[in-house]
Design a protein around this ligand. Structure first.
Ligand code: PMP
Length: 399
């Protein structure tokens, strides 16, 4: 598509709304200017609503990515020699494991086959078999694993953790603001994400909300403090000051991203947060209907495991992973496989954030995938796929 920008349908970074883009592109302000203080303070307040968190929970906005947010949770909550239970659903759970191990934490894993999630019973069994002398400190899980498009249900895991006195930490990088998560109602302790996914911003912010219990765990830590940039205690006075609309400094914030964050969160909260979850459920269902109309199978083994933020689609026999290049030739940026065990057998398409509000973008994506598959000789009915998605999405605004 010479001359026109391809549509960014990765599972992050994603398309952003015109209003977010305008705010991001504004002339820079000082980090202690009233404009930044107001955007920072109101973003912190709105995060509690998007996360469905208690008033006592503490939001953090830090320059960095999802990996920085994960590192922060690990570094603040676990001390060397402690034990953690990891519910492992793929590539990003493996990353958590490595982080925990680097921190000197003993990790016990409950794993599932690729495309599946461990049964809650298996997690419960693992918790019950812990030695009394060395109890688990925390449970970690990935809400949506971006390498497989598999979504687990955090609710029973958070409940199990609470019942047994563990902290629960959920990586919501590919889920927060799109998949249902009720931090207060479920009693979760940390829910973390990054700006470039369903929050609908360019990359560059690590975002997390931390329960009072988890903060207390950091302040009663016995071993050496975490690395300075990762330490919640360094950031806490800054977050509190901004929320009270006072200037404060620890390390220079990503000012233009924070201006954009205020707009992005406001868009998410235009109506109740639960409606944003429904919007993504509709977008996800529409995309799945399109894949099914093209006879394409998903990596998640069962329908209820398929996330609404991205589709991980298996390649039909004979189609090469270079399909991603073909999709780009039809004007859409998609992603290749990521999970090491199945990398060359599938591709991924994101449908979260602003794109989930734009049926025309979703339809254009279906058309590009269909066209690229046809170029590789796959017989399919593209019109039926578009029709299947459209009938779920209704008539959206033109692109
Ligand atoms: N966790 C999940 C579930 C992710 O999808 C990603 C990014 N794709 C990360 C963590 C890491 O985020 P980042 O690339 O911003 O460091």
């Amino acid at each position: 598509m010479p001359g026109s920008r391809p549509l960014l349908m990765l599972p992050g970074p994603v398309e952003i709304s015109p209003a977010v883009r305008r705010r991001f592109g504004e002339a820079p302000l000082g980090h202690l200017s009233p404009g930044v203080i107001e955007a920072f303070g109101s973003s912190l307040e709105m995060m509690r609503r998007v996360w469905m968190a208690e008033d006592s929970a503490q939001p953090f906005i830090i320059a960095g990515g999802g990996t920085a947010a994960m590192d922060m949770a690990v570094a603040n909550l676990l001390e060397p020699g402690e034990r953690a239970l990891l519910v492992n659903t793929g590539f990003f759970s493996d990353r958590l494991k490595e982080m925990l191990q680097r921190q000197g934490v003993e990790v016990v894993e409950v794993r599932a086959a690729v495309g599946d999630v461990p049964a809650t019973d298996a997690v419960q069994d693992a918790l019950e078999s812990e030695p009394k002398s060395r109890p688990f400190k925390a449970l970690f899980a990935t809400h949506v694993d971006t390498s497989t498009g598999v979504r687990l249900n955090p609710r029973p895991l958070a409940r199990l953790a609470r019942e047994r006195g563990l902290l629960s930490v959920f990586d919501g990088v590919c889920a927060t603001g799109a998949e249902p998560f009720d931090m207060a109602g479920w009693g979760a302790d940390v829910y973390l994400t990054a700006s470039q996914k369903a929050i609908g911003l360019p990359p560059g912010l690590a975002l997390m909300v931390v329960s009072a219990r988890a903060l207390e765990s950091r302040s009663s830590r016995r071993s050496a403090a975490p690395p300075m940039y990762l330490d919640w205690q360094e950031w806490l006075p800054v977050m509190r000051a901004y929320e009270e609309r006072r200037p404060a400094y620890f390390s220079t914030p990503a000012t233009n991203l924070i201006l954009a964050l205020e707009v992005g969160l406001r868009e998410i909260l235009e109506s109740e947060i639960r409606n944003r979850f429904v919007l993504h459920e509709i977008a996800g269902r529409a995309m799945r209907a399109a894949w099914s109309a093209m006879d394409l199978k998903l990596v998640p083994l069962r329908d209820e495991l398929a996330s609404n933020t991205l589709s991980a689609v298996r390649l039909p026999d004979g189609v090469k992973p270079t399909i991603v290049r073909g999709i780009l030739e039809h004007g859409v940026v998609a992603a290749g496989g990521l999970h090491p065990e199945i990398r060359d057998s599938y591709f991924r398409v994101g449908h979260m954030g602003y794109a989930a509000t734009q049926p025309a973008m979703l339809i254009r994506t279906v058309q590009a995938v269909a066209a690229a598959l046809r170029d590789q000789g796959v017989q399919l009915n593209a019109e039926a796929a578009v029709e299947a998605a459209s009938s779920i999405l209704g008539d959206g605004p033109a692109l």
